[in-house]
Design a protein around this ligand. Sequence first.
Ligand code: ZN
Ligand code: ZN
Length: 269
Amino acid sequence: MLKFISFGSGSSGNCYYLATANDALLIDIGVGLRGLKKNCKDYGCSLSDVHHVLITHDHADHIKSVGSFSHDYGVPVYATQEVHQGINRNYCITKKIAPEFTRLIEKGKTIQIGEFRVTPFEVPHDSSDNVGYMIEAEGVTFCIITDAGRVTDGMKPYISRANYLVLEANHDVEMVQNGPYPQFLKERILSQTGHLNNRESGEALAENMTEQLRHVWLCHLSEENNHPELARKTVESVLRSYGIIAGKDIQLEVLKRTTPTGPYELAIE
Ligand SMILES: [Zn+2]
Ligand SMILES: [Zn+2]
């Protein structure tokens, strides 16, 4: 059975774990390695069972420990060429990814990585590049979309195909507008290459989800410009206006920012 754990979600660090019975991967490693090791152990899994790393984009909250992890555990790291170049240029990343562990992916091209069939796809964001991932394993389609300035037509088919979906619900627009951030930062967050707000997240779901969708986790919530309850309620109310009832038609949860959420067993009977 496919297993999913979130080891951190948001600007303090992102890291997601996905495992089959014999294989495991991490999506982004923006959390500290020591904490990750401990959390993993608490969940009865080991970082030495992780055989692949997928990176969405080259912001520090997604890549902080990827070089050290790849080096210490000898694990290959998959990312687009632009993201790999961005990681190499990033002065926050002291340990770089060695050439022998660098793996290139291309948007729209499906590749088999261990027991996972992985399709990266374009997600607009103000990093060197950014991708979402559709991951198929053990008959389940898992999809992750984070740090999305907007939902493009190219992203919609992936939402439609998902059985399990991690989707950004970063902020409440009014909280950003009335909040303490400097103007340039407000504009960045709200821009088409910034982050997805609660309402946009709900609409993307309501307009594109199919009956195949079981469970949605809202991710990358802002600490200053959102509340878990607000995110959930906003998405729920958008869904309701489309006749979709959270808790009945789909399960809806919010991932915690700095503590692990899960584990979840992903299966379709
Ligand atoms: Zn981020
Ligand atoms: Zn980002």
